[in-house]
Design a protein around this ligand. Structure first.
Ligand code: AHM
Ligand code: MG
Length: 283
């Protein structure tokens, strides 16, 4: 597993360099979700694929930017599911973006996720890695090296509210719930990049990030295998919760297709319990 983490560190430095130096325009292709790919999406995907080809314990890759499963090493034990450059459309306005990695052993279902990691490309490059045995570990890049900073633990209750999705397409009960948080004094923090938005909530002690099912996207927008499940695992390991609109822990999702999406709510305990009661979920 350490080889996988070392590979993530290597690709993070390369992707950071690409973000800083390469053309930010569109490629002439689109991905499986029908979204136009930026040249940077394609480049980041290529950097990751090339790096993992040589990692013997990796059996296959599943990428937001590829249609199916890419078989690599038949004797490998793990499948790495990743979003090479999440929030890439924010790079041209110089906001933070990220990469997300979910490492699965066996069938690609939430319960088989054994570790996850994300990288934030912001004013600094930071990495968070979570495994089953410990709190998420926070690192910061210095040149090509990542220095350990601290373990991440969420407080029971935070102050930040990151509500995703287009408001005109929210259900009435979702709108009421989000409004109630603002009534309680929560502050709006939503950049449009789930990596920096979720990172901020983790490091500032707590709050809630939501991307509900909406009238235009009933199953939400964020993809289960390489966005939702990896972050859900990190939030759980940090002492928080991550659930769908029915209160199901997102780490128990069973995708039927690599690009399936899910409604999602990530947060500290107070906010997720408040969401469950606003959605009429019995705990
Ligand atoms: P992407 O993988 O195509 O970049 O989309 C994922 C991003 C998330 O980072 C972010 O939370 C969300 O899409 C923002 O969507 P919206 O603009 O609908 O709020
Ligand atoms: Mg993404």
């Amino acid at each position: 597993m350490q080889t996988i983490f070392d590979t993530i560190k290597k690709v993070a430095i390369k992707i950071d360099y690409a973000i800083k130096t390469e053309d930010l325009g569109y490629s002439d292709s689109s991905n499986s979700s029908g979204e136009e790919q930026l040249k940077l999406d394609v480049k980041s995907d290529y950097i990751i694929e090339e790096a993992f080809k040589d990692v013997a314990i990796v059996k296959a890759l599943v990428s937001e930017e590829k249609e199916g499963v890419l078989a690599l090493n038949p004797k490998g034990k793990y499948t790495v599911c990743y979003d090479p450059l999440d929030g890439s459309s924010l790079a041209d306005v110089n906001l933070s973006v990220g990469s997300i990695f979910g490492i699965y052993e066996g069938e690609l279902i939430g319960e088989n996720l054994v570790a996850s990691a994300y990288v934030v490309y912001g004013p600094r490059v930071e990495l968070v890695i979570a495994t089953k045995d410990s709190k998420p570990q926070h690192y910061r890049a210095n040149g090509d090296l990542f220095n350990f900073i601290s373990e991440i633990t969420l407080d029971e209750k935070g102050k930040l509210n990151a509500p995703g999705g287009t408001q005109q397409n929210w259900s009435d009960y979702h709108k009421t719930f989000i409004d109630s948080l603002f009534q309680e004094g929560y502050r709006l923090r939503y950049s449009g990049g789930m990596v920096p938005d979720l990172h901020q909530i983790l490091l500032k002690g707590g709050g809630i990030f939501s991307y509900p099912g909406t009238s235009d996207k009933p199953q939400g927008k964020l993809r289960q295998l390489f966005e939702v499940i990896p972050f859900a695992f990190i939030y759980e390991q940090a002492g928080g919760q991550a659930v769908n609109h029915e209160g199901l822990p997102l780490t128990r999702l069973i995708p039927s297709h690599p690009h399936d999406t899910s409604s999602c709510f990530f947060g500290s305990n107070y906010e997720i319990n408040a969401m469950k009661s606003a959605y009429g979920i019995k705990s």
